[in-house]
Design a protein around this ligand. Structure first.
Ligand SMILES: C[S@@+](CC[C@H](N)C(=O)[O-])C[C@H]1O[C@@H](n2cnc3c(N)ncnc32)[C@H](O)[C@@H]1O
Length: 254
């Protein structure tokens, strides 16, 4: 199963959160009502990058667009993520230290450990229940990751300085009237919504990362938020190096 390369399904072009959420969530036209538990919660698992992850209503159901974070990290690691894709020169050290912030089910952290076995991977979340699911998934996949309960980087030691941070933090703005919020009603609000047009946590993380001079950030956000993030990141000395679908790769100019 793990040998199956993930994004044979195709990289997810610049479609919006709306399209993705509607694709991955039950909609009234396909289900009797939004009271229906999403299929992933009914089954108890969801595929992510070719592996099954245990999911419960304590964690967000992994979305296909989040696989773009993995592709972005593999690109930095100089590893081809699809057959035939030419690897780019490696920008990360051979044994990188990576912190996944807001790990939820652990899908990003665990996938990175499987794809880059020599990496040291930390996974944080503010939700203890989410971390318990991440730990179960890590055990199932035989992936050794270190979990830390933390608001962003707060409880993460200053050293070693990680080479890279990945984060799919909550970025849905409660005022997005085009979003069918009832379709998200079974997922934890803590995993979905953020203040300041959905950017409050992402901005805080950029600021914290700049203080620690962390070189690379790979962040997920809706494409409609990308320009605001790039502009904010500049004030913290981060420059955009790549956009891949929902994933922004930023590099600190230190
Ligand atoms: C959008 S979900 C992403 C989950 C998983 N990484 C994924 O991609 O499927 C966001 C996660 O961030 C966590 N979170 C929310 N606020 C946080 C904070 N201040 N610090 C750390 N994690 C937070 C939530 O508990 C949730 O698990």
């Amino acid at each position: 199963m793990n040998a199956v390369l993930p994004n044979n399904k195709s990289p997810h072009q610049q479609s919006s959160t709306k399209e993705h959420l509607l694709k991955t969530q039950p909609s009234p036209s396909r289900h009797r009502s939004s009271a229906t538990l999403p299929l992933a919660y009914q089954k108890g698992y969801q595929d992510f990058y070719g592996r099954d992850f245990i999911v419960t209503p304590d964690v967000l159901i992994p979305r296909p667009e989040t696989e773009q974070i993995i592709d972005a990290v593999l690109t930095l690691a100089g590893k081809p993520y699809l057959p035939g894709v030419k690897p780019t020169p490696r920008q990360l050290p051979p044994n990188p230290t990576i912190i996944d912030i807001g790990t939820g089910s652990g899908c990003i952290a665990i996938t990175l450990k499987k794809e880059l076995p020599s990496a040291t991977i930390y996974a944080t979340d503010i939700s203890e229940n989410a971390l318990k699911i991440a730990q179960k998934n890590a055990k199932t996949h035989g992936a050794s990751i270190i979990t830390i309960i933390s608001h962003l980087l707060e409880n993460v030691k200053q050293t070693p300085v990680p080479d890279l941070i990945t984060a799919n933090l909550p970025y849905v703005d409660k005022n997005w009237d085009w979003l069918d919020r009832s379709a998200l009603s079974h997922e934890p609000s803590l995993a979905l919504y953020a203040e300041d047009n959905g950017l409050a946590l992402i901005k805080q993380l950029i600021t914290q990362s700049a203080t620690r001079q962390i070189k690379y950030l790979v962040l997920e956000a809706d494409p409609c938020q990308h320009q605001s993030i790039i502009t904010y990141a500049k004030t913290a000395n981060y420059t955009l190096i790549k956009i891949r679908g929902f994933a922004l790769t930023l590099s600190h100019n230190n």
